[in-house]
Design a protein around this ligand. Structure first.
Ligand SMILES: Cc1ncc(COP(=O)(O)O)c(C=O)c1O
Length: 501
């Protein structure tokens, strides 16, 4: 679902005074708060039909059914829902989202997960296979990302996704900083770094210092040097960053971090399983991994271009000392000795088994082939966009291609593309869209279909610049500080809505 599209309608109806109230101290006055709540309720009501399409049609379980529903009936229902939702991602209309998606691959991973459905890596004694899988997932990922190039040992853990990998790395840096007497540790990251760094700062009581990007959308190293201070625990670089798919100057940034005695995290959640193979294929990939001595930790998502099922990622560290700051142990609990390497306690061994099986079954040659196809398709899309005079590609991307326009309203272009089934990511600051190219896009004709639909969408917006809808209001509001309070509150209510039955 395109969140911006969903929110744009309600936001257009926002009472102009609301933004002022939401931002100011007035919102704490009970009478004003009640007015605000009523206003938000009205705005959210309009979203329900889109968010809950099955409400009218299917049985809603507000409590357990008296007796269990027949398994065959349930399997039929689940198969029907999966089939209905498949066209949204299968035919390559979505940006990112599904990175592999080929039928045999899915069937294989589902079989592996079914075989290990009871496994819980927390019980290493009962399921030693789970610990074998996890140790090898980390080792294979680290070896792909420059481990072994120095005497330093590269270690890590499996996590549930990129966000957890980032949270854990930031927690490790926080605890190391605290142990060194830094009372209020800080993270320095570019404005384009993933929101998971903001989430880490929020969860772990750290300060996130945002630095700007340069004209090519890469973290500004001069600003990074100025932002590092006595409290800095870690400097962050992305390879690449989600918005524009551009790789930060990791060599420069990590050397800066080393000189200033702070940690450096390369967020390769998106690129970790593409860039090593791109480099081998001869693409000009700037250094970004553990071969750089200043890189002290990395995150790389097995559940993106590693082609594992969702719920998998890897966080890695230079040396065991840093990894230990991630762990939790308890020796005084009446329930016995307890340990937990990551955020969750019990964990799904099925996912680790499937991740391991994905990696081992694909192998280096499989990743090289996949990367070749993705980068070739991305090049077709990139040059197709560049040929549309009203559009310009932002930065110098490889497989996540962002583009904007000085001529047409790019959000109206997004609307026109949505009408043709495309589900792109809207960006702001500056207004732009991006397409993350995956194996869903490499089939014959998909890139060509995208470029020709984009052509037509731009032509339509030129002829009819006003049109209907458009997500511009959302980005317009999110760009001003007072109105952002309204957008943030609406996002919270959107989450509430997701959990309404
Ligand atoms: C660069 C980058 N870092 C981190 C993440 C967070 O990953 P996840 O959604 O798996 O938590 C993403 C997700 O797209 C990303 O692109």
């Amino acid at each position: 679902m395109n969140l911006e599209k969903l929110l744009s309608g309600p936001l257009k109806r926002v009472n102009p005074r609301l933004a002022g109230w939401a931002y100011s101290g007035l919102r704490r006055i009970p009478r004003v708060r009640r007015r605000l709540e009523a206003e938000y309720d009205g705005l959210v009501a309009g979203m329900e039909a889109t968010v809950k399409p099955y409400r009218e049609e299917l049985t809603t379980y507000r409590r357990l059914p008296d007796t269990g529903v027949d398994r065959i009936e349930l399997l039929d229902l689940l198969a029907d829902l999966a089939a209905r939702e498949e066209p949204g991602w299968k035919e390559g209309f979505a940006s990112g989202a599904v990175y592999h998606g080929q039928h045999e691959h899915i069937a294989f991973l589902s079989r592996v997960a079914a075989l290990h459905s009871q496994a819980n890596p927390l019980h290493a004694d009962l399921w030693p296979s789970a610990t074998k899988f996890e140790a090898e997932i980390v080792a294979m990922t680290a070896s792909m990302l420059g481990a072994g190039g120095s005497d330093d040992e590269i270690v890590g853990t499996v996590t549930s996704g990129g966000t957890e990998a980032i949270l854990l790395a930031m927690k490790a840096y926080r605890d190391r900083a605290l142990s060194r007497g830094i009372k209020h540790p800080e993270i320095v990251a570019a404005v384009t770094a993933h929101p998971a760094f903001g989430k880490a700062a929020h969860y772990f009581g750290m300060k996130l210092v945002r630095i700007p990007v340069d004209a090519n959308y890469r973290a500004d190293a001069t600003a990074a040097a100025a932002a590092i201070n006595r409290r800095t625990a870690v400097l962050v670089g992305s390879a690449p960053a989600f918005p524009h798919g551009t790789i930060d100057p990791i060599q420069e940034l990590s050397a800066l971090a080393a000189t200033r005695g702070v940690g450096f995290h390369t967020d390769a959640c998106l690129g970790g399983f593409v860039l090593p193979w791109a480099e081998r294929l001869g693409y000009p990939v700037p250094p970004f991994d553990f071969r750089l001595p200043g890189v002290t930790s990395m995150s790389a998502d097995t559940h993106k271009y590693g082609y594992a099922p969702k719920g998998n990622s890897v966080v890695m560290y230079r040396g065991r000392e840093l990894r230990r700051h991630q762990y939790f142990t308890s020796s005084d609990w009446p329930g016995g000795l307890y340990y937990s390497p990551t955020l969750a306690g019990s964990r799904p061994g099925a996912l680790s088994a499937a991740c391991w099986a994905a990696m081992v079954s694909i192998g280096e040659q499989g990743y090289l082939d996949a990367t070749t196809r993705i980068l070739e398709t991305a090049a077709v899309i990139r040059s197709g966009i560049a040929e549309i005079p009203e559009l310009s590609v932002l930065g110098d991307p490889m497989f996540v291609i962002a583009f904007g326009s000085d001529v047409v309203d790019i959000y109206r272009v997004m609307e026109r593309l949505s009408e043709r089934g495309w589900n792109l990511n809207g960006l702001h600051r500056p207004p732009a869209l991006h397409l993350a190219v995956t194996l869903r896009h490499v089939a014959d004709g998909v890139a060509q279909r995208f470029v020709s639909d984009l052509h037509r969408a731009v032509e339509e917006v030129k002829v009819n610049p006003g049109g209907v809808g458009g997500s511009a209001p959302v980005y317009g509001m999110a760009a001003t500080v007072p109105a952002r309070a309204v957008v943030d509150e609406l996002l919270e209510r959107y989450i509430d809505l997701l959990y309404e039955v």
